[in-house]
Ligand binder design. Structure first.
Ligand SMILES: [Zn+2]
Ligand SMILES: [Zn+2]
Length: 215
């Protein structure tokens, strides 16, 4: 069920270390099937941490690149997940990772630096239930529902910054990132929330998300 592969590891690690949520990491790794996005946040967070921690030393061996590339990738890895290399310059990032995991255990997760919580608490069952309670409290009879969401303009700036970061990181691995290689925030939001709405209200949902089309 966990959708990321070894090829996604550098990008996932980079985004995770800067405070990006698991679902946004999926988006920027181009995960375009719905199921993984619907897992609970806690499960996603734990699976992601496990994914990023395992086989750390083997990563270099699996990269089929000529020697100069290996050196570059090796330096990159030291910089990113330098838990075993205390002398390297990765300490700052590691402490962010540790801080993130501690914060998650103690209370609610840190707010994602890309989606600002839209793919965290604002797409989870608890929040959708609250929206549905409002709908039901209106007393109307209805056979379908249009759910319109406006994202703040600030989000497109963050989305674009993350896109540039990922593009740069992939460039170091001689990979490219096109504008359509990532999953749009609004798409992921629909994938997660529409089934929850239908389940709660028992009617089909049509979704509109206004604003925010980055790139
Ligand atoms: Zn996010
Ligand atoms: Zn953009």
């Amino acid at each position: 069920m966990f959708p990321l592969t070894e090829g996604n590891k550098h990008v996932a690690q980079l985004l995770f270390s800067t405070g990006t949520c698991p679902r946004c990491i999926f988006r920027f790794c181009g995960v375009d099937f719905h199921a993984p996005y619907k897992l609970s946040y806690e499960e996603l967070f734990n699976e992601l941490q496990k994914f990023l921690k395992t086989e750390k030393g083997e990563l270099i061996l699996e990269v089929p690149n000529p020697p100069p590339k290996k050196i570059r990738l090796h330096e990159l890895e030291d910089g990113i997940d330098g838990t075993d290399n205390q002398s390297q310059n990765g300490e700052g990032r590691v402490s962010i990772i540790e801080g993130g995991s501690i914060a998650f255990k103690s209370s609610s997760p840190n707010v994602c630096n890309v989606c600002l919580g839209i793919l965290q608490e604002f797409c989870e069952k608890e929040f959708i239930k609250k929206v549905c309670q409002k709908v039901e409290a209106s007393g109307f009879e209805f056979t379908n529902l249009v759910f319109s969401v406006s994202f703040p303009p600030q989000l497109s700036v963050r989305e674009h910054a993350a896109w540039l970061l990922v593009k740069q990181e992939m460039g170091k691995q001689s990979l490219s990132l096109g504008r359509n290689d990532i999953v749009q925030l609004k798409e992921a939001y629909k994938w997660i929330t529409h089934p929850l709405f239908s389940e709660e209200l028992g009617v089909p949902i049509d979704g509109k998300v206004l604003g925010h089309q980055h790139c």
